[in-house]
Design a protein around this ligand. Structure first.
Ligand code: 3HC
Length: 282
């Protein structure tokens, strides 16, 4: 199918990044946030990133202007009525997502594809909250969205071949490298990444080394861009805790069980970079 207009639901960290890469790829992109201040914040994030790109010589001034021209923001779901594909990146709550899908379905055409950027919820369950489970897929981006090349494409039980192919081709058209991941908690990347991060916390609790030394070990010894604690702070401790709980619920394997320290840090509001303090202070 021909995709011309893209809708993005949510203009937080992930939604803003998705809207940016979509607009940069030449799609007319409409991003929706619930309230004006959140929308303004998200659009300002995009402008700042593009301005930074121009400063670094990674984005041309022309490219920046073109991206911003292709992009518009709204607080009304109805404004997404002409979208060929809608990528939802809102709060990780099945009921909230389901409510948004229902409102969207009352305004969009029958061919519109729905995607969710969920990192851990079941795509088949989300699809079942719509009347178009065959036109529903997972499209999972990585943070920071404009920089990370990977996108996971997830087929729910009912996703049609045509939808899967369209979504895969759409991801490629954004300049991303898609991979096909199963509809199982964590998909491919978080399934491997989260136990590693949890193990780093457990090992630290058991005296393996200091936070700085463990980070340095993995960064310099393995060539990872960030050590596990820097990455935990970057992803968000609450997000990691949330994903770990969903994975543990489904698999019941100790590797996915959130360690006591992670739970306590979340309870104490030490969520990482976003709260100013996690394993490090910002
Ligand atoms: N516009 C365009 N390009 C930009 C830019 C901008 N505003 N800002 C930076 N860049 C480019 C840089 O020029 C550089 O490109 P180059 O490699 O071609 O020179 C590249 O992006 C990296 O930028 P920096 O050099 O400024 O920054 P760092 O080298 O410190 O890298 C990082 C930052 C990309 C965040 C790196 O530390 C990294 O990859 N960290 C790991 C991130 C990660 O693992 N993310 C996944 C998290 S898991 C997830 O998201 C899943 C979810 O479900 C939890």
């Amino acid at each position: 199918m021909q995709i011309k207009t893209v809708g993005v639901l949510g203009c937080g960290l992930m939604g803003a990044g998705i809207a940016q890469v979509s607009a940069a790829a030449g799609y007319k992109t409409i991003v929706r946030e619930v309230e004006e201040p959140f929308l303004k914040k998200g659009l300002a994030r995009i402008e700042k990133f593009l301005a930074g790109g121009v400063e670094k010589g990674k984005v041309t001034a022309e490219g920046k202007d073109k991206t911003l021209r292709n992009l518009s923001g709204t607080t009304k779901l109805e404004d997404l009525k002409d979208c060929d594909i809608i990528i939802e990146a809102i709060i990780e709550k099945v009921d909230e997502k389901g409510k948004s899908y229902a409102t969207l379905e009352s305004v969009v055409g029958g061919d519109t594809i729905f995607c969710s950027n969920t990192s851990s919820l079941c795509i088949t369950e989300l699809a079942s909250r719509t009347t178009r489970p065959d036109r529903f897929a997972g499209l999972h981006f990585f943070n920071p969205v404009p920089i990370m090349k990977l996108v996971e494409v997830i087929r729910g039980l009912a996703t049609s071949d045509q939808t899967y192919q369209s979504v895969f081709a759409f991801a490629q058209s954004l300049g991303k490298e898609p991979i096909t991941a199963p509809d199982k908690p964590g998909f491919i990347v978080n399934r491997l990444l989260v136990p590693y991060l949890l193990d780093a916390i457990r090992s630290y609790e058991h005296g393996l080394g200091t936070i700085e030394d463990i980070d340095k070990g993995m960064k310099l010894g393995c060539g990872y861009p960030m050590g596990p604690f820097t990455l935990l702070d970057f992803v968000g401790l609450d997000t990691t805790y949330y994903i770990a709980n969903i994975m543990f619920d489904e698999y019941r394997e100790p590797a996915y069980a959130p360690p006591p320290l992670l739970k306590r840090m979340v309870l104490a509001g030490r969520l990482g970079r976003k709260s100013g303090r996690g394993f490090y202070t910002y």
